[in-house]
Design a protein around this ligand. Sequence first.
Ligand code: C2E
Ligand code: CA
Ligand code: CA
Length: 431
Amino acid sequence: MTVTSIDELTGLYDRKAFLKLLSGQVKDANTYKSKVALLIVDINRFYRINNLFGYEAGDEILKKTALVLRNVIRDQDCVARIGDNRFALILAGVMNVGHAELAGHKILRLLQAPFLLGEKKITVDCTIGISLCPLHASNPMFLMKECESVLHGAKDRNIKIGISETLEDEEIPDDWDIELALDDALDKDQLSIHYQPKIALDSGGVVGVEALLRWNHPTRGFIPPNYFIPLAERMGHIKPITNWIFNTALRQGSEWTDKWGPLSIAVNIPPDFILMPDLKDLIANAISLWGSDRVSLTLEIIERSLVLEPEKSMLILKELQDMDISISIDDFGTGYSSLSYFENLPVDELKIDQSFVTNVVTSTSNQNIVKLIVDLAHAFDMEVVAEGVEDRDALAFLKTIKCDLAQGYYFAKPMPHEQIKSWLENFTGTK
Ligand code: C2E
Ligand code: CA
Ligand code: CA
C-alpha cells in the first residue's frame, strides 16, 4: 500500500498516513509475535513560541523538531506530525519497554538543545508518551488512546516521559477476552460515570455536567470509552448501558447541590438511538424515578444521528423537547450541516468540536471557525459550548467572541460521583 498523505510544513507523514502505517505495524507485530513501540512527542505550551516569536518562528521550530526526529529513527521506523504541535514515532521490532524508553530519552536530549533562529535561541519543552504493542494494547486505536493517556498523565505529574504500565504477559487479554468481559461489565459493576462541569462564561458559574462512561476492566484497568463504546454498539450492549446511564446519572445528580442553580446532566446518545421506538419511555421512566427540580436532562447527539431519517428525527427531537429535555449537537463542525437544515432544527445547544477549540489561540483558521459557529448558534437562538478548553488564553478568546459555555481540562477533568459532589460544593466560580 502506498501512503501519500504528507504534512506540508514538515514533510513528515500526516495523521491519516500515520494511522494507516500504525495499523500495518500492529498487524505485523501480532502476526510475527514481535513488539512495536509507539511514542507520542508533544511540545508543551507551543502557543507561547507563536506568541513570543511569531508564527514563522513557530513553523521553523516545527520543521527543526521534525528534522531531529527524522534523524533519530532507523530505516524500519517512521515518524509523523499528528497534530499542530504533536509528533508520533513507530519503532518497529523493539525488544522491550526499556528499549523504547532509551529512544525517548535520546529524543528529549536532542530536543533540549536550543534551536537557533537567526539571532534568537529558542528552547522547546517536550513530554513523551510510550506504549507498546502487544504489551499495552493489541489494536492500533487502543494503542493510540493508551499512549495519549500516558502522555497526559505525564504532563499532569510534570514528568518528561510517561510509559504504560506493563501487565504480566499472561494477564493481557486479547480483543476476544475484552468482548467477553464487556458482556457482563454492567452486571459485575465495572462501569461507572465520570462527570465534567460545563461553565457559563458570563457568570463564571456551573450550569451542568457531562456524563462520561468509564469501564474498569478487572485486569486491564481503565479502558477508554472511544474503544469500548463502538464494541458495545456492535455487540448490542449499548441499549442496556445507556439506560443504566440515564438512571445512574439522574440518581447521582439528584444528590448534588449547586449554588449556581439547577444543573443539567448531559448524556451522550449513540447515533441510532434517536430512532429507537422506546427511547422516550426509557427516559420518561428514569425521570419519573430519579428526576428532581435540581437536575434536568440534556441529550448530546452527533449530527450523523439525524441524517438517516431527518424528518422523523426532527419530530422525535421536538417531542423530547416537549418533555423538558434539552438537545445538544455534539462534535459540531465535523459534520455536514447546511444552513437550510438549521432553520427548523429543534436544538438548544451546539457543542463546538474540541479539535477547533484546544489550539484556538495558535490557529487563525480555528479562530474563524469557532467564531462562525458561535454566531451561527446565536442567529438560531441556540447556546454554544466550547469543549476542550485547556488554557486561559483559549478561555479569554472564547469570552471575546461571546461563547456562552465552556468545558475542558482548564476548569476540571471528568471526575467520579463523590468527587464532583464536593467539587460542586467548593467551586467558587471562574472569572
Ligand atoms: P465526547 O462526547 O466528545 O466527550 C468529550 C471527551 O473529551 C471526553 O473524553 C472528555 O474527557 C474529553 N475532554 C474533556 N475536556 C478535555 C480537554 O480539555 N482536553 C482534551 N484533550 N480532552 C478533553 P472521553 O471521556 O474519553 O470520551 C470520549 C468519547 O467517548 C466521547 O466524546 C463520546 O463520544 C464517547 N462517550 C463517552 N461516554 C459515553 C457514553 O456514556 N455514551 C456514549 N454513547 N458515548 C460516550
Ligand atoms: Ca459529548
Ligand atoms: Ca464532543
